[in-house]
Write a protein that binds this ligand. Structure first.
Ligand code: UTP
Length: 293
């Protein structure tokens, strides 16, 4: 069955960006000129997704407003013949976006389970807004291709520095075939000296619908939250769940330094900004060199 639906969980509290996220969802923080969640929605569309459900929580209205039609703004831009801006604010007709609320932030696993009725008995994708991937072939498309080959759940993984393994779900690989891994275990945030590998789960997944049954009975795990990784570990007992080391550069926008790096990388992709950004960076470096820092 084709993967046509995707879940974007966006009900977390975004504490790492306080106070910015007191009144604004972290998914709306702009990278250059687009909210982070728009990059994620665009990746889903480019991967062939037709329906997206965004799991929202308290104080997330701005996300719904962002993906709504802005009649007044569009009309104003049209009358002023600002057609390039009009293109930027118009929403894609290629996808329908739906919303569901997670009443309490009980964890990523619980957020996904909240969308179960929308998913029904179909395979589906999950994209986390904390990770932006820049690649020739969209990251999610790469995973969907693997799903189509294996008819099994496929989880996006990437190598991370060994000292950072305690920040991620980590896979213990069993067998490798190119970029595809059979997996022995999925472990949520293992201590650095206990990590079975440095292959970290990055926020892109394709699941068979059975994961929902496991999430329904998943007990709270690390941090008192319903952990998606724990349910994946159980799914892997009943049916194979693969890890796929996708191609592309991954940026962690959920973290402050990661956010700055993402902004710089995306600004550098833009021809009209590249020179100015480089010039400014050189100036900063010169200044710091002369101050001996
Ligand atoms: P994070 O662990 O990054 O949590 O969640 P967070 O609350 O968004 O951010 P910090 O750590 O407090 O700064 C990973 C993803 O899971 C979603 C988040 O919105 C994010 O996309 N999530 C997490 C939920 O939707 N519900 C939850 O209960 C927890």
């Amino acid at each position: 069955m084709k993967v046509k639906k995707a879940i974007i969980p966006a009900a977390g509290l975004g504490t790492r960006f306080l106070p910015a996220t007191k009144a604004m969802p972290k998914e709306m923080l702009p990278v250059v000129d687009k909210p982070t969640i728009q990059y994620i929605v665009e990746e889903a569309i480019e991967s062939g997704i037709e329906d997206i459900i965004i799991v929202t929580g308290k104080g997330k209205r701005a996300i719904e407003d962002h993906f709504d039609h802005a009649f007044e703004l569009e009309d104003n831009l049209y009358k002023k013949e600002k057609f390039d801006l009009l293109d930027k604010v118009k929403q894609s007709a290629k996808v329908d976006i739906h919303y569901i609320r997670q009443k309490e932030p009980k964890g990523l696993g619980h957020a996904i389970w909240c969308a179960r009725k929308f998913i029904g008995d179909e395979p589906f994708a999950v994209l986390l807004g904390d990770d932006i991937v820049r690649s020739d072939e969209p990251c999610l498309k790469q995973l969907i291709n693997q799903y189509n080959e294996t008819d099994s759940s496929v989880i996006g993984v990437k190598q991370v520095p060994e000292e950072e393994t305690d920040r991620y779900g980590i896979i213990a690989p069993k067998k490798q075939d190119g970029r595809l891994y059979e997996v022995e275990h999925f472990v949520e945030k293992p201590a650095v000296d206990k990590a079975p590998s440095n292959l970290a789960i990055i926020g892109r997944y394709v699941f068979t619908p059975e994961i929902m049954d496991l999430l329904a009975t998943q007990e709270t795990g690390r941090g008192g939250e319903v952990q998606l990784t724990d349910a994946i570990e159980r799914l892997n007992v009943d049916q194979p769940v693969y890890g796929y080391e996708f191609e592309g550069e991954r940026y962690d926008v959920g973290d402050q330094i990661g956010f700055i790096k993402t902004t710089l990388a995306i600004a550098m992709e833009r021809e009209e900004m590249r020179e100015d950004v480089l010039h400014h960076m050189r100036e900063i470096m010169e200044k710091h060199k002369s101050m001996n820092i």
